[in-house]
Design a protein around this ligand. Structure first.
Ligand code: SAM
Ligand code: SF4
Ligand code: SF4
Length: 334
């Protein structure tokens, strides 16, 4: 099944909650996501059974990879039971999860692994306490996250990826220390260009540290060379240290958009389907589910949505000013 630009559908990112225990400045700044913020109510969230129903349909349409995200997926109760359901769907090759790591104890990591999770991405914007604490907005220290990374790798969630969003003047001075910390560990550190998602982060283009700048910063201390991508549609540019100490990734969504090979759909926590991170409108699947739509009916609905897909926001943004009302990343799923 192809969209209007001949792109297949391969990945589904599932946001299981719009809530989070962090208030990262680039995602859920605390002056916007304060105590009175209207988060979704429990009854508005898809149940795990509903998520499974939707996932089955996507797998029939070609999806092979499922990723749980949010918000913070580990704040939702018993997430391992959802992982178990998803991992047992015929045709699913990979179930993974993106987390801030703050709730990833050894017990939790073991439960996730037993449920069928095999890969995990932990976000960590600096190993320096002061920088990290000011970026996550809740004064959370990096040490427990570093510990969670070791624990996750220890229980078998490898190769483990670490996401670091780089914002000029905020944590660009933490790029090298992170590279030093993670090279040679087998974990893949991925630098992400700061994106203009949502309406809350007051994004300005000059705050983006581009992929080229990141390569320069790393190159000052460690020679690196490009690695051929594993598959078409891989979002991270892969690099390796020439001394054999491992790989790193750079996600250049702003400076080198990759809409042409974007094979991702997103399911929001309340069951709307978004065909782009920057889509202004979702397609409400929850109402269809709660009205009792058949699997075949849902299959046809999703197929027609994907076939009509013509999103390529990041490519347009690279050449023109695009003014659209956007959806928050914590809601749509990062
Ligand atoms: N709470 C989990 C976490 O932080 O890993 C999962 C959800 S979070 C929205 C998913 C990823 O999106 C994180 O790695 C986060 O750093 C990234 N992200 C959030 N806002 C971003 C932005 N404005 N630009 C680039 N990446 C962003
Ligand atoms: Fe929470 Fe993740 Fe957003 Fe940070 S990036 S506020 S941890 S959802
Ligand atoms: Fe995909 Fe939309 Fe991002 Fe382009 S802007 S890569 S279409 S999610």
């Amino acid at each position: 099944m192809l969209d209007a630009f001949q792109r297949p559908i391969h990945d589904l990112r599932i946001s299981v909650t719009d809530r989070c225990n962090f208030r990262c400045v680039y995602c859920m700044p605390k002056h916007v996501f304060g105590p009175n913020y209207p988060f979704l109510k429990r009854s508005q969230l898809l149940t795990y059974e509903e998520i499974e129903q939707v996932a089955r349909v996507f797998v029939r349409l070609g999806v092979r990879k499922l990723r749980l995200t949010g918000g913070e997926p580990l704040v939702r109760n018993d997430i391992e039971s959802l992982i178990e359901k998803l991992a047992s769907i015929d045709g699913v090759q990979d179930v993974s999860l993106t987390t801030n790591g703050s709730l990833l104890t050894r017990k939790k990591a073991e439960k996730l692994y037993s449920a069928g999770l095999r890969r995990i991405t932990v976000s960590l914007d600096s190993i320096d306490g002061e920088t990290f604490q000011s970026m996550n907005g809740v004064d959370f220290a990096p040490e427990p996250v570093l510990e969670a990374i070791d624990t996750a790798a220890d229980v078998g969630l490898t190769p483990l990826k670490i996401n670091m969003v780089v914002k000029r003047g905020v944590n660009d001075n933490a790029v090298l220390s992170a590279a030093r910390r993670f090279r040679g560990t087998g974990h893949i550190l991925r630098f992400i260009e700061y994106m203009d998602v949502g309406n809350s982060n007051a994004w300005r283009e000059n705050e983006v540290i581009s992929a080229a700048e990141i390569r320069d910063i790393i190159g000052r201390e460690f020679p690196i060379e490009p690695v051929t991508p594993d598959y078409h549609g891989e979002v991270a540019q892969r690099w390796r240290y020439t001394d054999g100490e491992g790989e790193l990734g750079i996600i250049a969504s702003v400076s080198q958009p990759f809409c042409g090979s974007c094979t991702r759909a997103r399911l929001s926590a309340d069951g709307s389907l978004y065909t782009c991170l920057f889509a202004t409108k979702g397609h409400d699947l929850r109402s269809l589910l709660r009205e009792g739509i058949s699997e075949e009916g849902l299959f046809e609905r999703v197929k027609s949505i994907w076939s009509a897909r013509s999103d390529r926001y990041s490519e347009l943004r690279a050449t023109q000013v695009v003014e659209i009302p956007k959806i928050e990343m914590s809601y749509i799923g990062g």
